[in-house]
Design a binder for this molecule. Structure first.
Ligand code: ASP
Length: 332
């Protein structure tokens, strides 16, 4: 079947219906040598974000536009308490956002400790495209957003404020309680979104956006806006992104590590697994058992994979065969 017909057919099916389950990991180059797009994200609920990215990809749009549009979905969703609007605040009740974006030509942009603007990813893209810099923090990032027509808003929803006030009753924060917070969030299947896409031109891009660890110290920044840690794209090889305890991902330059393993011939899943092994080596098994960290990756051929340190990590995937949620294998 020629690709165009296949895409038309796929788009007529309700979401969630696969033309052929086994085809989800199908090669992304078809008989006509036309490249079939693919998009993946951290966490099952981000099938919605993938759907938005997919709309860009099927129309022949770029992977960069796809990941940008895609991650804006959870950024705008008040019920997602780990990204954008409605994100859980720091210990002082401030919602501070981190995000980064990377295209197929090593162009990068990131923002950290951004307040009052829900689409942190758009500001990261502004940094990439409209400034001579690659990272802006706090007031400077906010100023760039406002100068480019973005509007200031209150990002602390009633639900997140209530959760913060509950937390204040004990104000317990340690790596262990942080992990418990994460596990609680994982029960609702919400967390940082990292998204990777391959477009029909054969180019890769990625985006990552988060409100960071709930009840963090003021000014704390994790892995998500750090190129090489929360996200890395090398258009000759592949791309990777991470979720979980950012302090640990930064320690091993997680996403860059995954891409380097793919460069040396590892499949995306095996490359993610090697990065997870490195975390265990760095921290020791006893500490690692208490951490939640997951990687997802895509290679230049559009093959995808994921791996988790401990249980309960999922990857959402969308390609010409339909949408799918994959349970990541875990090492511990
Ligand atoms: N990686 C994020 C951070 O450390 C947290 C998360 O994935 O939930 O800020």
């Amino acid at each position: 079947m020629r690709r165009r017909k296949f895409v038309q057919l796929a788009s007529l099916l309700p979401t969630g219906v696969l033309l052929n389950n086994s085809n989800v990991q199908a090669k992304s180059v078809d008989a006509d040598n036309e490249i079939n797009p693919v998009v993946i994200s951290t966490w099952a609920p981000n099938v919605k974000a993938n759907a938005a990215a997919w709309q860009v990809l099927v129309k022949g749009g770029t992977a960069l536009d796809a990941v940008h549009q895609g991650v804006m979905v959870p950024e705008a969703d008040p019920n997602d308490q780990s990204v954008g609007y409605g994100g859980l605040p720091d210990r002082d009740g401030r919602v501070t956002l981190d995000a980064c974006i990377m295209d197929h030509q090593y162009n990068i942009g990131s923002v950290m400790y951004l307040e009052h603007i829900k689409h942190a990813i758009t500001v990261a893209r502004l940094v990439m495209e409209k400034t001579p810099h690659v990272q802006l923090v706090g007031e400077g990032a906010l100023r760039l957003a406002l100068e480019n027509g973005m509007k200031k808003e209150n990002l602390l929803t009633e639900a997140s404020e209530k959760a913060w006030k509950e937390w204040l009753k004990t104000s317990q924060y340690s790596p262990m309680t942080t992990v418990e917070n994460l596990l609680e969030r994982i029960k609702n299947n919400h967390d940082t979104i990292g998204m990777l896409a391959l477009d029909k031109h054969g180019n890769l891009s990625g985006a990552c956006t988060t409100s960071g660890m709930a009840y963090k110290m003021q000014g704390r920044v994790g892995d998500s806006p750090i190129i090489g840690a929360g996200l890395f794209v090398d258009n000759e090889v592949g791309a990777a992104t991470a979720t979980g305890v950012g302090e640990e991902v930064v320690r091993i330059c997680g996403s860059h590590t995954v891409v380097e393993y793919m460069r040396h011939g590892y499949s995306p899943a095996d490359a993610c697994k090697e990065a997870v092994k490195r975390l265990i080596k760095a921290r020791g098994e006893a500490t690692a058992r208490k951490l939640q960290i997951g990687f997802i990756a895509m290679n230049k051929k559009g093959e995808t994979g994921c791996y988790s340190l401990t249980g309960s990590f999922t990857m959402a995937l969308r390609n010409v065969a339909g949408e799918k949620v994959i349970d990541a294998p875990s090492l511990l």
